[in-house]
Design a protein around this ligand. Structure first.
Ligand code: HEM
Length: 131
């Protein structure tokens, strides 16, 4: 039986496994590798803090995800299809590794943040809006 997400080590495993898939992904990989040219040594720990804060209220995440993605969108458009693929990989990674209340909660939070992010990136006066 799979275990639930219980601590920071579990979050690290989830985040590392997820971004290994993201970097190799045909639909969204280029946004990380070529457009943003992500410094993974900085980005991965930031993502541990982000998700740890969401599940365990550690208060350790300092960042502005909405602004970061609006900036990325200005460099290279983020489409509804990009968000769908991001979410598909994230949900699949959670399901592959964990099961339980925290696994359900993190998937729910990923869905709602992805929705808010799309609204932020594609305001209703934008022809690419999903609304
Ligand atoms: C189309 C989908 C997405 C793409 C292509 C994408 C890409 C990126 C990139 C390139 C960065 C900047 C990394 C860096 O160089 O520092 C970033 C940061 C980040 N992303 Fe995403 N992302 C997507 C969706 C999401 C979603 C749905 C979430 C949350 C549920 C998320 C959470 C974050 C966070 C927390 C940061 C760090 C922001 C900060 O440091 O202030 N991303 N993302």
């Amino acid at each position: 039986m799979k275990m639930d997400i219980a601590n920071r080590a579990d979050i690290q495993l989830l985040v590392d496994t997820f971004y290994t898939k993201v970097r190799a992904d045909a639909t969204i990989g280029y946004l990380f590798n070529d457009v943003a040219r992500v410094n993974w040594e900085l980005h991965l720990p930031r993502m541990y803090e982000f998700w740890e804060n969401i599940l365990f209220q550690t208060g350790s995440f300092k960042g502005n995800p909405m602004a970061a993605h609006v900036q990325l969108h200005q460099k290279s458009p983020l489409t509804a299809g990009h968000f769908e693929q991001w979410l598909k990989l994230f949900l699949a990674t959670v399901d592959e590794l964990f099961e339980g209340d925290n696994a359900e909660l993190i998937k729910q939070r990923a869905r709602s943040i992805a929705t808010m992010m799309q609204i932020k990136v594609h305001p209703s006066n934008d022809p690419r809006s999903i609304l």
